[in-house]
Design a protein. Structure first.
Length: 293
């Protein structure tokens, strides 16, 4: 098996199917090319939107662009190897004749190998953890995540599992390593994300890395009487909008929309006690804060 077959045909595109269906090699290239290309575009768009590119743009264009650039830079620093790997797969499949089209699930030529299943699954896992490291949620990023997660489930049930079954029936134990390497990544990633890793762990890790910078930001804000050089800043590992006070807390917004705002609350007095406010303790004087208008 050459590298091309390892990437595009490890889960069901066996030699017999290729002999009966000469077009199956091209079809495998199409599926691999499409899977890698769609994942690459999805990863970039989801992380870009999660960086709140329009936050504060109307009132503080320079601060908003600067904070967004730093935020995107943080995301890219974590995902550049993955983006490069997906880009390499896209380029190699494109050079091999791959086209962006979707074959029928379960067809003989709808094959995906571990060379693309692993990076696609890893991209989904990394983006999931990054989104969970935010104190709230972003509607557009959430929709993109749900749509991609649904596509992964359909691909696993409609392409990987049927092709793996046919491959096992045709080749038996000889195909076991390839079949396992195709079928296991997504279920293992889902188990790790939703069962093994505590739901707040990504947020707590990212906040821990940002706590000192956020605390200095609060101290500087209070010492200057609320004056800030920019309405939108990248503080620690978070984009922070213009702070405001609510009861005994200073609110640092990091995400928001028309009827929703989320961020961190630095509380030295009474906590906000309103039915539309959700506040959850992190450590010390720091809380996560969400308000629904």
């Amino acid at each position: 098996m050459d590298n091309s077959e390892a990437i595009s045909g490890g889960c069901g595109a066996d030699a017999g199917a290729r002999a009966v269906h000469p077009e199956s090699a091209d079809g495998a290239e199409d599926v691999t090319f499409g899977a890698a290309a769609v994942t690459l575009v999805w990863l970039i768009l989801t992380l870009l939107w999660a960086a709140e590119p329009l936050s504060g743009l109307a009132v503080d264009p320079l601060g908003s662009v600067t904070a967004t650039a730093k935020h995107v830079g943080f995301f890219l620093g974590l995902t550049t190897p993955l983006i490069a790997l997906l880009g390499l797969v896209v380029y190699r499949r494109w050079k091999a004749g791959g086209q962006l089209r979707i074959p029928l699930p379960g067809s003989a030529h709808a094959a995906l190998g571990p060379g693309v299943v692993a990076p696609v699954t890893l991209a989904w896992g990394v983006v999931s953890l990054l989104l969970r490291s935010e104190p709230g949620y972003d509607l557009i990023s959430g929709i993109l995540w749900l749509a991609f997660t649904g596509c992964l489930a359909v691909a696993w049930l409609g392409i990987l599992a049927p092709n793996a079954y046919r491959s096992w029936k045709a080749s038996g134990i000889k195909k076991a390593p390839a079949i396992v390497s195709c079928l296991l990544p997504l279920p293992l990633a889902a188990i790790a994300l939703f069962i093994v890793i505590p739901s707040r762990a990504p947020l707590e890790v990212r906040f821990e890395l940002s706590e000192a910078a956020l605390t200095r930001f609060v101290e500087r804000y209070e010492s200057t009487g609320g004056e800030s050089a920019s309405l939108t800043q990248f503080v620690g590992l978070y984009s922070v909008g213009e702070p405001y006070r609510r009861d005994g807390c200073l609110i640092l917004p990091t995400q928001g929309g028309l009827d929703y705002l989320a961020g961190f609350a630095y509380c030295t007095g009474s906590l906000p006690d309103k039915p539309n406010v959700d506040i959850d303790h992190i450590k010390g004087r720091w809380w996560t804060y969400e308000i629904y208008h």
